[in-house]
Design a protein around this ligand. Structure first.
Ligand code: NI
Ligand code: MN
Length: 229
C-alpha cells in the first residue's frame, strides 16, 4: 500500500514500494517545514512549477541524493543546467517510470524562477500531476485556479486521493476548492498550500464540510502526518 506524508505547504513524500518521491520540496525559508525534511533522499523529485515555494530545495537535494527531477520540459532542462538529472515531460503526457505512471495535467498559474539579478527565468508552464502506482491514483493539483477540465481529469482517472490548494490569494480558495472536489470526485481529499504564510490563511474545517457534502472523505493532515492509501 503506498503512503504519502505531508511535509507542509505543497510538499509531500510518497513511499511506493522501495521508491521515495518528493513533490515540491520547499524547506529553506519555510516557517512550517519539519526540521529534518531537507535530509530526505528521494529517488525522484517532482516539480509543479518554478516558484520558490515549490522548486524550493530541489536542486540541493537532487545533487546530494542523486535524485531524478521530473518536471515540465523547460523546468527540467533548467534543472539539468544546474547539474542534476531530470526527466522532461509536458502537459497531457504520461510516462511509465519503474515505480508507476506519471501524467502531467494543466494548472492555471505562473512558473517563473526568481526574480534574480537578471529578472525572472522562464520555466515553461506550471502543471499538476497524476501519479498512478500499485493500482492507486493521486492527483496533486500544484498551484492552480479552479478549472472546469477538472471534471475531465476525474472522469478519465478515478482519483483515490486529491491534493488541492485551498489558501486563496495565489490559488483556489476554500470555496473554489470545494467546487474542484465536485468536479474531480476523488475518494479522499487533502488540503494543502494554506497557513504557511499570512497571505494564504484558510479554514480547512470549512473545506472538510464542503468536501463531505460531495461524498468525498476529507483528510486534514498535520505537518509530518502520513496517509496510507
Ligand atoms: Ni506558485
Ligand atoms: Mn505556491
Amino acid at each position: 500500500m503506498p503512503t504519502l506524508q505531508f511535509l507542509s505547504h505543497s510538499c509531500f513524500r510518497f513511499a511506493i514500494g522501495q521508491t521515495t518521491l518528493l513533490i515540491d520540496p520547499f524547506f529553506s525559508g519555510n516557517p512550517k517545514a519539519p526540521a529534518d525534511a531537507a535530509n530526505i533522499n528521494p529517488d525522484y523529485i517532482l516539480l509543479t512549477h518554478g516558484h520558490g515555494d515549490h522548486l524550493g530545495d530541489a536542486i540541493a537535494i537532487a545533487k546530494r541524493a542523486r535524485s531524478t527531477i521530473i518536471a515540465p520540459n523547460e523546468l527540467a532542462v533548467w534543472s539539468q543546467r544546474q547539474g542534476v538529472k531530470a526527466h522532461p515531460m509536458h502537459i497531457g503526457g504520461g510516462w511509465d517510470f519503474p515505480f508507476g505512471r506519471v501524467k502531467l495535467t494543466i494548472a492555471h498559474h505562473g512558473s517563473g524562477i526568481g526574480p534574480g539579478p537578471n529578472g525572472w527565468e522562464y520555466a515553461g508552464n506550471p502543471c499538476g500531476y497524476l501519479i498512478t502506482a500499485e493500482g492507486k491514483t493521486v492527483y496533486h493539483a500544484g498551484d492552480t485556479a479552479l478549472f472546469y477540465d477538472m471534471k475531465l481529469i476525474g472522469e478519465m482517472h478515478p482519483i483515490d486521493v486529491a491534493l488541492l490548494p485551498i489558501g486563496d490569494n495565489f490559488t483556489m480558495g476554500v470555496t473554489d476548492a470545494i467546487k474542484a472536489v465536485e468536479f474531480l470526485k476523488p475518494r479522499r481529499v487533502v488540503p494543502m498550500h494554506y497557513d504557511t504564510f499570512d497571505l494564504i490563511k484558510a479554514d480547512p474545517g470549512r473545506f472538510a464540510v464542503g468536501a463531505r457534502s460531495h461524498g468525498c472523505e476529507p483528510v486534514i493532515l498535520a505537518i509530518g502526518e502520513s496517509l496510507d492509501y
